[in-house]
Design a protein around this ligand. Sequence first.
Ligand code: NAI
Length: 328
Amino acid sequence: MAQPVRVAVTGAAGQIGYSLLFRIASGELFGPDTPVHLNLVELPQAAKAAEGTAMELDDCGFSTLAGIDIHDSPESGFEGVNWALLVGSKPRGPGMERNDLIKENGPIFVAQGKALAKAASDVRCVVVGNPCNTNALIAQHNCREVPATRFSAMTMLDENRAKAQLAKKAGVNVGEIKNLAIWGNHSSTMVPNFEAATIGGKSLTDVITDRAYLEGDFFTTVQKRGAAIIQARGKSSAASAASSCIDHVKNFLTKTPEGEYFSAAVPSDGSLYDIPQGLMFSVPVRSNGDGSYEIVKGLELSDYMKGRIGQTRDELLKERDVVKDLLA
Ligand code: NAI
């Protein structure tokens, strides 16, 4: 068997960790011939719970699971890892404003960014913990040893949510929907660009002609889906977030089929779509199949979409301002 891929997962004892770790260990992410070594990274008070998860991982008998370590600090937890999946962060408390959450979580990603200097030279870092775009920005700024393009934040759950809604509306299988990119922030300002999407190879807007639905219910449902799940389940989305994290990493590891793209928040170089340089902004991305990627260039955006994208851009600029002291 090949050398194990080493994967660190922070927040390993949390809800998402409990779904994500098993799917990585099973061989689903890196394939049946690639062993995986898992570093479960948790806060000291949750290390015991992470041990329980590790015991269950052992009990699954996955032949691809080469080993598990439990760490209560990112410095030891990120040592030598090829992938760092930053899931753990503080949840938003009752009455807490988004800016308070951003300030609370920022320092976690300063420390984790610094600790990534100990990772393998090919490390790629995916931030899931919210507010994920700005947390990814903080981690990236605090780790100058790793190129900025190796950091991303997850908006794949938003893409999957959007596709599921549109598939139901059109009465087709979700796999028929392509190129439904999420733009901007993983927040209630995100922009699911239905105008460029296709259904069964046809323009989506020729199949779903109800523009009022697309601009109204569709947008709102996708933007507020996270809150609707908390309302229904009493807890935030976890299995779907884990599944989308698997999709996110797989998308980067697989050459994107010709003419297609997927969504990920990646650093902007300032040259495309009026997105300011340095923001961690969700855009349509194509993978070269080895983890490296290109942002899709030359997409036409209507004035309507530009307006929506402007709102999410302004929100991300404000978030960046809130954490400016943490950006090394
Ligand atoms: P959870 O509260 O069940 O688990 C979080 C875990 O992170 C806890 O075990 C906690 O001990 C750990 N943790 C906190 N700070 C840590 C640190 N500094 N180092 C290591 N571990 C730490 O939360 P859940 O449901 O697993 O969600 C995790 C995060 O993912 C949340 O921020 C949530 O908002 C976010 N999320 C993001 C989504 C996305 O689409 N980007 C979708 C769904 C959730």
